[in-house]
Design a protein around this ligand. Sequence first.
Ligand SMILES: [Zn+2]
Length: 206
Amino acid sequence: MNDYLASLDRALSKLPEIKGTGERFVPPEPKLLTEGKTTVLENFSAIADKLNRDPEHVFKFLLRELGTAGKREGNRAIFQGKFSSSVFFQLIDAYIKDYVTCSECGRPDTHLVKVDRFLAMRCDACGAHRPVSKQHAAVHLVKEAALKEGETYEVRIEAVGSKGDGIAKKDKYTIYVPGTVKGDIVKIKIKKITGNLAFSEFLEKK
Ligand SMILES: [Zn+2]
């Protein structure tokens, strides 16, 4: 819960201050529900409305950044895999930076227009326009939340693999931890990451 509040604070502090009025552009909080192996963003439509963007554009952005598949169902969006609210906060924040706020005046009163094959943002407040860059902050933010080689983590061994190594799960990663058994809560050091697989060294049992 503290992590959640800390990342909420961070996400909010990164939102642009709108000069003059002291008004902040605050998107609705993502309301998440885990259903089996999927994550349901219950208020997806409300978020897209508040962002004043085409829901399909917001949805495709989320899919791409989460690196997963999903579908829209009524006002909800359903994503394969389990994702935390802090990930959604970061992605919505990145979306706002890339596709909603004007880089000149910082106001959210903008709209997207297609110029040839490219998207451009036009600001209704100051008249500025700029190409929308595909190189946005979100990828970086999500990667920050990912495992890192050489870092230590505390994980719970959820299963044992065919070669007898303990297996833990964290975010999208399956982590192999030699020398552990199911149910152990252990401190590990990540040695190597290959795609969604991570190999680790067992440091100590908790
Ligand atoms: Zn502007």
